[in-house]
Design a protein around this ligand. Structure first.
Ligand code: HEC
Length: 188
């Protein structure tokens, strides 16, 4: 075979390998996102707290966008303990008040400024694992009812990575969520 044929053959097979490699990579990326969606929606039910409701329905235009900025929220009073009331929730089911104060489900969309747009994968994994705000142990603890203890803290790295990959692909929604309030109704 002539030298040119050899070179042509090598170039052609390298191109084929490159194409196959990138197709395979695209495939594994979309599989990761699909698995993330399955874990977020079907297994961990993140939307039960992070997607606000409008009446009995979920407001899907606010999918995983957290407690809406101006929506009402309840305030716990210790006298309620005697009536057997331990936790209150807003009609949107995205704000919760109990003896610890009041917490507001975070905006999990990739919106920069109001969502997880400026978070890194590591911050997300560390927050889910350690239960500290943004995964930083010098920050405050993440408040109830975010199910970290005995639940998400035990998730495998691969699953948390898949959830993160999926959350990066959802529609960014601009929604500033209130900071949590302590028992006195002041910011934590
Ligand atoms: C039972 C309700 C509930 C469920 C279910 C839930 N969350 Fe939350 N989540 C909350 C609340 C409330 C907060 C706000 C807590 C705070 O401000 O301290 C929160 C906060 C967060 C935060 C911000 C943490 C931080 O560092 O400030 C992330 C990220 C998060 N949730 C991700 C998820 C993911 C992902 C899922 C599903 C795997 C999920 N949550 C399911 C209630 C929930």
């Amino acid at each position: 075979m002539k030298k040119q044929h050899w070179i042509f053959g090598i170039a052609l097979s390298s191109a084929a390998i490159l194409i196959l490699f990138s197709l395979n990579h695209a495939d594994s990326q979309s599989d990761l996102v699909k698995r993330g969606k399955y874990l977020v929606d079907a297994v961990s039910a993140c939307g039960q707290c992070h997607t606000p409701r409008k009446g009995a329905e979920f407001d899907m235009s606010m999918y995983l966008a957290g407690h809406p900025t101006n929506a009402v929220y309840p305030k716990y009073d210790f006298s309620m303990m005697r009536q057997g009331i331990f936790m209150l929730t807003a009609p949107t089911l995205t704000a919760f008040s109990g003896p610890y104060g009041t917490s507001f489900a975070a905006n999990l969309t990739p919106h920069k400024g109001t969502g997880l747009g400026e978070w890194t994968e590591k911050m997300f994994i560390d927050a889910m694992r350690t239960g500290y705000h943004q995964g930083n142990k010098t920050n405050r603890k993440i408040l109830p009812p975010m199910p970290i203890k005995n639940a998400y803290e035990n998730m495998r790295d691969a699953d948390l990575k898949a959830m993160w990959a999926y959350l990066q692909t959802i529609k960014p929604v601009k929604n500033e969520v209130s900071v949590p309030l302590n028992r006195m109704g002041r910011p934590y």
